[in-house]
Design a protein around this ligand. Sequence first.
Ligand SMILES: *Cc1c(COP(=O)(O)O)cnc(C)c1O
Length: 371
Amino acid sequence: MNNKIWLSSPHLTGEEQKYVKEAFETNWVAPLGPNVNGLEQDLSTYNKITACSALSSGTAAIHLALINLGITRGDEVLVSSFTFSATVNPICYQGATPIFVDSELDTWNMCPQLLEEAIEDRIKKGKKPKAILLVHLYGMPSKMDEIINIANQYQIPVIEDAAEALGATYKGKAMGTFGVMGVFSFNGNKIITTSGGGALVSHDKNYCDNAIFLATQARDQAPHYQHSHIGYNYRMSNIVAGIGRGQMEVLNDRVEARRNNYTYYRDALASIDNITFVEEPTGFYSNRWLTTILTDSFDTREKIRLALEADHIESRPLWKPMHLQPIFKQYPSYTNGTSEMLFKKGLCLPSGSNLTTVDLERVISGIKNVI
Ligand SMILES: *Cc1c(COP(=O)(O)O)cnc(C)c1O
C-alpha cells in the first residue's frame, strides 16, 4: 500500500521547539507571556498593521470582531455563502442574522454586484446590514477595490475572514488589512499552524485591546474580580504561541511551496479539457493554500475523488455553500448559482507545503487515469 497523501497536513521545522522550550524553562505556561507578545509583534510586522491579538482560534477572532462592532440580536450581517461554517457560526452566537451573498467566477469570492443588490434590498426591506463579513477562500484575495467601494458608499464596516489567506496580497497589501478588522487561523490544516489558534488584526488598536479584554474574562480594573461585561476564555496559550513564532519564520517558504504545488498541478493538467484552474487576476497574489480544480461535471469530480481515495490520496469537494446547509437554509440569501456549481464540480487537491514531487506525480497520474 502506498503512503497516505493528506489534503493539507502540518509542516513543522523543529525551530518551533526552541520557543516552546523557552516557555517551559521560564515557566510561562499560561495564556499570556513573551511568545504571545512575540507572535503578535511578528504578525503585525508581517502584515504591516498596527495591532494584533493572539486568540484561541480563528472562530473566536470572528466572534470578538462582531462583538467589537456591537453586532447583537436582530442585526443583519452580510456574509460570503461560499465558505466554511466557522465564518457564519459566530453571527449566530450573537443572535444576529446571516445574509448570504454568492460568489463570482474570477476569484470564487463574494460577488460585488450581488453584494450591492443585497444591501439595496435589505435597506428596502427596512434594515441596513451592520457589517460585511468577507472571506478570501483558499487563499485567493477577493475583489477588494469593488467591495471596499461599495462598503464605503453605504458606510458598512468590513471584517475580513482571512483564515485561509495569511501571506496572500491584493495590489501588494496583505489580506486582513483592508477592512476594519481581519482574522487569521492557525488550525492544523492552515498554511502555518499552532495546532489550534487564531488572531485578530486591526489598524485601530482599540479593537485589539478590547478583544484581549473580552478574551480574558472581561475583568474590570479592581483588586478583586469585578465584571461589567460578559467575558470569554479566548486568549492564546504561550506554549501554542511558541509554535506560531517558529512557524512565522518560515511563512514565506510555505507560501512559495504551496504556490509551486499549484503551478506543478496546472502545468501537468492544463491540457485536459474537462479540468480548469482559477488563475490570479492582475494584482491578486494568492497563497494557494489549497489547489482547487473545476471539472466538467459532478460525475467527473466524483470519479477523480474516488480514484484518488482508492490510492490512499485525500482530496475533498469544495465547500458546500452556507445557503444550502440544513442549519442555515432558513436565512435570506442572494444567489447566482456560482457557489452551487463550484460545489458540484470542484475538488481540492492535496496541497501541503511538505508534499514531494513524487507525491504530486502520484496525484496527477491518479487524475489522468480517470480522464
Ligand atoms: C479555518 C477557518 C476558520 C476557523 O478558524 P479556526 O481557527 O479553525 O477556528 C474560519 N473561516 C475559514 C474560512 C476557515 O477556513
